[in-house]
Design a protein around this ligand. Sequence first.
Ligand SMILES: Cc1cc2nc3c(=O)[nH]c(=O)nc-3n(C[C@H](O)[C@H](O)[C@H](O)COP(=O)(O)O)c2cc1C
Length: 229
Amino acid sequence: MIQHFLPHHKFGKTIPNRKLQIGVRDSKTIFTDLLQCLLHRHAKILLQEDDTIMETFKTMTCRKSVRSYKSTLSDANLQKILMAAQAAPIGMGKYDTMHMTVIRNTELLQELDRNAAEFFGDPSRTPLYNAPCLVVISTPIANPAMANVPYSNAAMMAEHMCLLATDLGIGSCNIWGAIAALNTKPELVAKLGLPEGHVPCCAVTLGDTDDTFAEREIPADRIAVSYIN
Ligand SMILES: Cc1cc2nc3c(=O)[nH]c(=O)nc-3n(C[C@H](O)[C@H](O)[C@H](O)COP(=O)(O)O)c2cc1C
């Protein structure tokens, strides 16, 4: 489905195809594959077995935090990106607990940006990177003991948007710091007109960019993993 939106010219070159053998593999092949994985410590090798996985993984490795934006974002692309958030998994399927506020009003964007810069103690910073659009994700945080669920819901929606934005060649960045700053100013939160009881959790900046989206090498051990068998 997503392939429909893939602007392949935006992506960098793939490394030469080192497909692992599909189907029955003898022990020598498996050993060679494993050795390759170990030598290269490179997740791409692990996933190159399947072209479908590769498309998904390619998007993931091309995604990056974009912090330089043009002033534009088409309505059509915005709608596609919002649709990606709609497809996100939400704890117990409680979709009606989540809300997105799409801010394209330059004055409000600048106010949020200035507030965050002050919060970080450096008025010269632009924590929203002059992006033309900010999607704020909010939800009630009713039970602090279960707050991991609503915050995670918001994160799932945010990352879905970032991934689809990448496929479209559009810049995106997860924004949590400026939202922490926003939450210190109830009068500023009020300007978002959120549903009753909603707390801003995070946001995503979106916009056209001159940045390009080349595949990045992801070390397979970048994040520690332990196994309990
Ligand atoms: C939970 C979370 C919060 C983040 N908050 C911010 C933020 O407030 N501002 C920002 O510029 N980037 C933010 N980022 C982006 C990270 O800094 C970035 O993902 C990380 O440095 C890796 O770079 P990459 O996204 O280009 O792969 C956040 C990312 C995550 C996952």
